[in-house]
Design a protein around this ligand. Structure first.
Ligand SMILES: Nc1nc2c(ncn2[C@@H]2O[C@H](COP(=O)(O)OP(=O)(O)OP(=O)(O)O)[C@@H](O)[C@H]2O)c(=O)[nH]1
Ligand SMILES: [Mg+2]
Length: 197
């Protein structure tokens, strides 16, 4: 049974004019290319191929909007930090991300997706600053935790908590094993419920 039975794809936006109506509440999934944003969305809504995933970075190139029903949405953002694309394409993504964070009144929170083996990079810190500047709460999923031994995963979590202090909440997550799934859903629901209408 689906946890979000009303979940459905809405649209892919190539530019800000194509964003869906800015009403209700939405949570954006941001993070480095290939960190596991689309996989996390699929696991959370319990659908195998809801958001498209890929072994090669740069799969999600558009801003993808999904409805969870009742004017609640998830937004799969293009991944940043992928070097192998043309500069013009990277500029376009950056502008799209900036337009998104600047304009969305319905943005209730951001899930920042970080590979637990790589930890936070410069772009992630920039994202935290952006979110802070618009008063948007951030929850970090340290993904692919299944690839770490338990002790390493615990160390990654403590290190992230130390570095972040109160800049964001953080948890371990694995889309393949379902680790951290319930806390992630709880946080998502809390953000969506506390969201502006
Ligand atoms: N082992 C493991 N692999 C994962 C996990 N999450 C994602 N992956 C793999 O990592 C790769 C990238 O996952 P995506 O979900 O497509 O990553 P993304 O952040 O959406 O990437 P872009 O759309 O390119 O920005 C895929 O091969 C996934 O199967 C996880 O929790 N554990
Ligand atoms: Mg993706």
């Amino acid at each position: 049974m689906s946890v979000y039975p009303e979940a459905r794809f809405l649209t892919s936006a190539h530019e800000a004019t194509q964003f869906v109506a800015d009403a209700g509440a939405e949570v954006a999934f941001a993070g480095r290319s290939n960190a596991g944003k689309s996989s996390a969305i699929n696991k959370i809504v319990n659908r195998r191929s809801f958001a498209r995933t890929s072994k090669s970075p740069g799969r999600t190139q558009l801003v993808n909007f999904f409805s969870l029903g009742f004017d609640r949405r998830l937004v799969d953002l293009p991944g940043y930090g992928y070097a192998k694309v043309a500069q013009s394409m990277r500029d376009h993504w950056q502008r799209l991300l900036e337009d998104y964070f600047r304009s969305r009144e319905s943005l209730a929170g951001t899930f920042l997706i970080v590979d637990s083996r790589r930890m936070l990079g410069d772009f992630d810190w920039m994202m935290l600053e952006w979110c802070d500047s618009i008063d948007c709460s951030v929850h970090i999923l340290l993904t692919k935790a299944d690839k770490l031994k338990k002790r390493e995963a615990d160390q990654a979590l403590s290190a992230a908590r130390r570095e972040l202090a109160d800049a964001a909440t953080v948890q371990l997550f694995s889309a393949t094993r379902g680790m951290g799934l319930e806390p992630a859903r709880k946080r998502l629901d809390a953000l969506l419920e506390g969201g502006k209408t």
